[in-house]
Design a protein around this ligand. Structure first.
Ligand code: SAH
Length: 242
């Protein structure tokens, strides 16, 4: 998977992309991340990348020419990559969207700054628009990191055998069950007996039930979108009686 990130602040990416899962994925050449400084495509001697908005008002707008130059240069190297912008008006990043993006050959992610980018960039180049949620970030860099992270962990071979994306929240449409590790008791709170029992069938059932219970309490909307087994329905019915 080829990630090209277009940003005014490439240095922001060094920490998050140099540790743990993303770093391993890079080392194994399962992903390749290139950072492109939009400012390098500015044509004036001050390398101006932003300007005052037409119509007046507060803030600055990212200029069209440097960004267009940057996009065209990167797209010519990776013609099959999808051009994605990060913005609060985009479609919300969910597990389903991350899985969809994980099936692409590559993506070119544009990080906005200031009030955002000149609208003509969107009209001319942008193919997808992704938002992290209904709030405003200072820039698209953290959104781009989030997209890269969420997509990378879904790529085949990225997670080791000890880690699994399949049991993670949202993968089967539910939130995940609770986890425990040693010690068996902490400040009077005990690990549920079933998890220490060694009975795999009971453990499976307990985890499924806890997944259903947590989802029912915290995100009941998710239950509408998934296929439930007879066992699931029975358990949910029992919960309703409590
Ligand atoms: N004036 C804009 C916000 C600009 S914030 C508005 O009101 O909609 C500057 C940049 O941060 C945006 O261009 C975008 O790239 C990024 N950004 C802000 N909030 C975001 C969000 N919720 N999801 C993804 N990117 C976001």
């Amino acid at each position: 998977m080829k990630f090209d990130i277009l940003t005014l602040f490439p240095a922001m990416f060094s920490g998050p992309f140099d540790e743990s899962i993303i770093r391993r994925a890079k080392d194994k050449q399962l992903i390749d991340i290139s950072l492109h400084n939009i400012r390098n495509f500015a044509t004036d001697k001050h390398q101006t990348a932003d300007d005052a908005p037409y119509g007046g008002g507060a803030g600055m707008v990212m200029k069209v020419e440097p960004l267009a130059g940057c996009i065209e240069s990167v797209k010519s190297q990776h013609p099959s990559s999808k051009i994605i912008i990060t913005s609060p008006r985009g479609r919300r990043l969910t597990h389903a969207v991350a899985s969809e993006l994980a099936s692409l050959p590559g993506m070119i992610i544009i990080c906005g700054r200031y009030e955002g980018i000149d609208e003509r960039i969107r009209e001319l180049y942008v193919e997808d628009d992704i938002s992290l949620g209904d709030f405003v970030l200072s820039g698209g860099e953290i959104a781009a990191m989030t997209i890269v992270d969420a997509v990378t962990r879904l790529l085949p071979g990225v997670l080791g055998s000890g880690e699994s994306a399949e049991t993670d929240s949202f993968c089967d449409g539910l939130l995940e069950y609770p986890h425990y590790t040693r010690p068996t008791e902490f400040k009077g709170l005990k690990v549920p007996d079933v998890l220490i029992s060694g009975n795999h069938e009971n453990i499976r059932k307990w985890r499924r039930r806890e997944s259903l219970r947590t989802t029912r309490i915290l995100r009941p909307d998710l239950l509408d979108g998934i296929e439930l087994t007879r066992e699931d329905r029975k358990f949910l019915a029992e919960l309703d009686l409590v």
